[in-house]
Design a protein around this ligand. Sequence first.
Ligand code: NAP
Length: 307
Amino acid sequence: MTQLYDRVALIGLGLIASSMFWAMKRAGLAGEVTGFARSAETRATAREIGLCDRVCDTMAQAVEGADLVVLCVPVGVMGAVAAELGPLLKPGATVTDVGSVKADVIAQVGPHIPENVHFIPAHPLAGTEHSGPRSGFAELFDNRWCLLVPADGTDPSATARLRELWEGLGANVEEMDAEHHDLVLAVTSHAPHLIAYTMVGVADDLRRVTDSEVIKYSAAGFRDFTRIAASDPTMWRDVFLTNKDATLEILGRFTEELFALQRAIRQGDGEHLHAYFTRTRAIRRGIIQAGQDTDAPDFGRGGGRAK
Ligand code: NAP
């Protein structure tokens, strides 16, 4: 594959940055990759496992001379990180991010990016419930979507190169505007995470079902909520604080539908329930047909047996 950038700097060395590094190496997309994380512990781990060609102790060292700078930190600190690195950027460089929310990140980061630097926000729609430098793997983005959110007037060749990078990392790429991105993600990711957190929280509160029963019989459905609800608390706190409007809108719709289902159950309205579940089943089929999940029984976990 072609080398697209001579020097790439990864700021933040968690799940997404480490997966990007391994996937860049797999495809030979970058010359030297530098990395920086705020804690000495994470930097030491990165050095130990060979994550990045060079792990730097300061952001300035990591960013110096970089052609591409990727912000891989929680969305709540994107602005502070951009303020620090803005003055250090090489003219003609590209800054991108991988944050799960776009409008707020653009508002935080945009003002700190100099005129002679391209800023092209991005969001890979791929993740796991694990975090930190050891959690990444080269295949994370394979056949997943990455959404680019370039502002009007962004240099098309800079956007095209970033698109090529994400395609080289295994992703399918589409462009979208920031507000629409935040609404789509509120439906497909943010609200579902909140619902999973709530469901697991509710089970935790139930005293009529013992803790050991909840764990023992979790394969009946609860287990899939617990996987999502194990996601990083800092990342998800920041997602809800920064994608407030879209998430609240979707949760409002969710609550209305939940009440309608609650009423159908109370009134014994089987027709309503059956029609609703038929519609949701079709959505699941669509996701499988689009290659975004497997139709192996129990999500490919081995015939429904709990692991
Ligand atoms: P992660 O595994 O928790 O890693 C976050 C990294 O950011 C850590 O290396 C952390 O350093 C560093 N960091 C935190 N605050 C910092 C600061 N103030 N200055 C410098 N570094 C700082 O997170 P992740 O899952 O890779 O997520 C990173 C970004 O990707 C987030 O914006 C998230 O919204 C987005 N994203 C996540 C997923 C997902 O499923 N996880 C999917 C798509 C996009 P220390 O280790 O030293 O604390």
